[in-house]
Ligand binder design. Structure first.
Ligand code: GTP
Ligand code: SPV
Ligand code: MN
Length: 617
């Protein structure tokens, strides 16, 4: 459905062909598309219908233009490699803004900017920013089309890479347009790589702009993203919509939009448990989502690996869906010994970004195999050998693949009503202090645990890797409103749940290290041992030991059959040093103080109670 236009700007209405979908909602959509086209002045407009033929053509065009490398179909059918500009490899949190009317509604953890001011700044950047390019109009649904928890959006973008990624990550197609035509509300998202082409100018492999703006307007439900092609900055359905904008919608409507994986755990007795877990970026969500238990009889079915929308049901339980349809996962560290499920998921039909290329036309990254191949082309396109002294794949290199390809995807993963959640896990990368697992005493204590999560920085965003920072609920970069109000919203959602049906809350840490810098816990498939304990707790089959920070397992209740964790490592995994925890409490107070008294009193009370327990421990 593409029609070329001449280079002289025409009345916008004559751009492109619209799919034949009629209804009262279409007028607003076409008016908006025309408005964006008048501003950005693309050479043509392409209404994306989500068909297979269209997707094939978009991929083929990107190969012809040198934007994608087709991988050897013998090893990796239907798969491609994209190499980004070396400056455009991760989310740019410093360039990410919340433009709420009032500064206090964005809160101290977000970059706030006044809506009028930022519109005045970015509008000139978008002026003519799509010249010489195609503007794609992509209607997408987060959650099954028409589902009770689902939400619709439209992204206009001048990046075919973004379109083919969105087609994997969300549900794209005419049925979404029909929903819009019928009057369903939808979120407006605008994306430009910010690299207009002069007539006859040759395009580059990864167009982008040094100047970047990822701007969210929570009051008007809009996202404007300029200058970046990287996933989290360019697939606006994902972090921008499904987390930042959706968290605001959820605040107003009584539900939660969270940076969480979602799984179904099945015990040897056939009992099913649904777990949601929030870990910061590159801290193990995809791995836990695809867990292969090392303990006999246990199974895990994948429901989602990055985002969950959770809503209290009339039955007093918390119901969750994964609004996405694919995985945009971290490649390095994904291998046969760590996440064989992901390796199997990636057999084909995958877009890889910034991984290394093998001479045989397949891909490689650190951790895929124990030994690197003798020679590679690295993520920047340069020859590489194991002696090169630098990683072959970028540390934040990623794969984009359909959820349906996951061999252990739950058969009902896209059920309209979602699943009832039995347990919520909060975690992060903590070399010290935080035990392998600790259970909250109740919902409010669980919210306190979530609000105090800190984690060592990873390569998923710009910044110094390894530096410890607060990342409450793993939502620091993704909460679209004042984080203190968000804590309050979590407390409020808890009140809508039946006390005996609310999910139990746990804090976990797979990343504790010994003095020698080695991980104390084997992690990955062996995390099933922690899950088993959590299931036993839900069934009240095992007790726990009260500690100042929450309920710890009795060591004898942990299933350690078949692994060899030395007794001193086990002791260290659960060691709670009151002095270090008193310092953690001081840092928590400092953190809460940054919210100018807006943190709910209940969390202040939890902090006082923690300090009391620490001094009397
Ligand atoms: P985003 O997609 O950025 O939100 O990240 P994610 O939370 O899904 O992270 P992912 O599961 O991709 O994990 C990132 C890194 O953590 C990989 O390099 C993994 O190998 C490593 N990792 C995951 N689980 C474990 C674990 O149990 N132990 C250890 N030591 N490392 C782990
Ligand atoms: C993350 O950084 O948490 C991701 C990748 O899941 S991105 O979608 O780029 O944000
Ligand atoms: Mn994520």
């Amino acid at each position: 459905i593409t029609r070329p236009t001449t280079s002289t700007p025409k009345p916008a209405a004559s751009y492109g062909d619209m799919p034949a979908v009629a209804g009262p909602g279409m007028e607003a959509l076409t008016a908006w598309v025309e408005e964006i086209a008048a501003l950005t002045q693309p050479a043509r407009i392409h209404w994306v219908d989500g068909s297979r033929a269209e997707n094939d053509a978009l991929l083929r065009e990107q190969v012809e233009e040198g934007k994608l490398i087709k991988l050897n179909p013998e090893w990796r059918p239907g798969s491609y490699l994209a190499r980004s500009h070396p400056s455009d490899v991760a989310r740019t949190e410093a360039r990410t803004f919340i433009a709420s009317d009032r500064e206090a509604d964005a809160g101290p953890t977000n970059n706030w900017v006044a809506p009028d001011e930022i519109r005045a700044t970015i509008t000139p950047l978008f002026e003519g920013s799509m010249r010489g390019r195609t503007m794609y109009v992509v209607p997408f649904s987060m959650g099954p089309v028409g589902g009770p928890l689902s939400h619709i959006g439209v992204q206009v973008t001048d990046s075919a890479y973004a379109v083919t990624s969105i087609e994997i990550m969300t549900r794209v197609g005419i049925d979404v347009l029909r929903e819009i035509a019928q009057g369903s509300p939808w979120v407006k998202t605008v994306h430009s790589v910010g690299a207009p082409l002069a007539p006859g100018e040759k395009d580059v492999a990864w167009p982008c702009n040094d100047e970047k703006y990822i701007v969210h307007f929570p009051e008007t439900l809009e996202v404007w993203s300029f200058g970046s092609g990287y996933g989290g900055n360019a697939i606006l359905a994902k972090k921008c919509f499904a987390l930042r904008i959706a968290s605001v919608i959820g605040r107003d409507e009584g539900w939660l939009a969270e940076h969480m994986l979602l799984i179904r755990v099945i015990s040897p007795e056939g009992k099913k448990y649904h777990l949601a877990a929030a870990f910061p970026s590159a801290c193990g969500k995809t791995n836990l989502a695809m867990l292969r238990p090392t303990i006999p009889g246990w199974r895990v079915e994948t429901l989602g690996d990055d985002i969950a929308w959770l809503r209290p049901g009339e039955d007093g339980r918390l119901w969750a869906i994964n609004p996405e349809a694919g995985f945009f996962g971290v490649a390095p560290g994904t291998g046969e010994s760590t996440n064989v499920t992901a390796v199997e998921t990636l057999w084909g039909n995958t877009i890889f970004t910034n991984v290394a290329l093998r001479p045989d036309g397949d891909v490689w990254w650190e951790g895929l195999t124990d030994e690197p191949p003798a020679e590679l082309i690295d993520w920047e396109g340069n020859p590489w050998t194991p002696g090169s002294g630098r990683p072959a794949a970028h540390p934040n290199s990623r794969f984009t693949v359909s959820a349906a390809q996951c061999p252990q995807i739950a058969p009902d993963w896209d059920a309209r009503d979602g699943v009832p959640v039995d347990a919520i896990l909060f975690g992060g990368r903590r070399a010290t202090n935080v035990p392998l697992v600790v259970e909250a005493t109740d919902w409010a204590h669980g919210v306190f645990l979530g609000s105090t999560i800190s984690s060592e920085r990873t390569a998923a965003a710009e910044g110094t890797v390894g530096e410890l920072r607060r990342d409450p609920f793993a939502m620091l970069p993704f909460c679209g409103y004042n984080m203190a109000d968000y804590f309050g919203h979590w407390l409020k959602v808890g009140q809508k749940l039946r006390f005996d049906r609310a999910p139990r809350i746990f804090q976990v840490n797979w990343f504790r290290k010994g003095p020698d810098g080695r991980f104390l816990w084997p992690g990955f498939g062996d995390n099933s041992r922690v899950i088993e304990w959590i299931a036993r707790r839900i069934e009240n089959e095992v007790g726990a030991v009260d500690s100042p920070i929450g309920r710890l397992p009795k060591i004898e209740d942990l299933n350690l059959d078949g692994i060899d964790v030395p007794a001193e490592d086990l002791a260290e995994l659960f060691a709670i040093d009151p002095a270090s925890w008193a310092r953690e409490a001081d840092l928590t107070e400092e953190f809460f103080d940054t919210f100018d008294g807006r943190v709910p009193a209940q969390l202040g009370a939890e902090l006082s109670a923690l300090r009391y327990r620490l001094t009397s421990a």
